[in-house]
Design a protein around this ligand. Sequence first.
Ligand code: 1GP
Length: 233
Amino acid sequence: MSDRNIYKSIANACSSGKKLLAVLIDPEKFELADSAAFLRSLPAETTHLFIGGSSVKDNKTGELVAEFKLYTAKPLVLFPGDVNQLTPNADALLFLSLISGNNPEYLIGQQVKAVSILRTMKLEVIPTGYILIDGGKESAVARISGTSAISQEDKQRIIDLAKAAELSGKRLVYLEAGSGALYPVRPDIISAVKNELNIPLIVGGGIRTKEQLSAAYHAGADMIVMGTAFETN
Ligand code: 1GP
């Protein structure tokens, strides 16, 4: 457990216009022995490390968090696909609700299962509205949750979902095109959502180039999540 207030630092960055960059590491696809070199190789702009995957076996998440703690002081934030990925040594947890889909297991089922685990952990829990948007191919999130991504043509629904998340008490909204998406969430969607929100906006999925990164920031993303770009490069 950490005594840092991760949410407050994200919200402060958001209100002062500082842009945040989270690098996502999937413990299932990562060699622990590479930790030190990997962390050294990240761009200086990296502000957070997100840790999670669609399905991670055994205690790989806990092992990865413990190993990373040896080499970095950056906040380690859990971004879990399910309750098996909760581990006490992280700095915070994105408590995700997949509000774009109608699968109760990912709207509230996993969250209820998490409670008895979280009671033992004292993790900082950040309620997050998670919205899956079409990125040109079926994502692991869609496959595992059995829900469909929202078309980028359905802009008003994306805006309304994001606002509904805020009005329901979520502290963050995450627009997700899916890891390895062929194309990211369109800038005009990001700016329309941002215009409606009073809480920080995270955008991820399919962002690989500096141009895509700055387009998403310029449109209003407070934090961008990149995973695949750092897996292959
Ligand atoms: C996935 O949004 C993240 O949950 C990151 O996506 O791997 O495409 O960068 P990429």
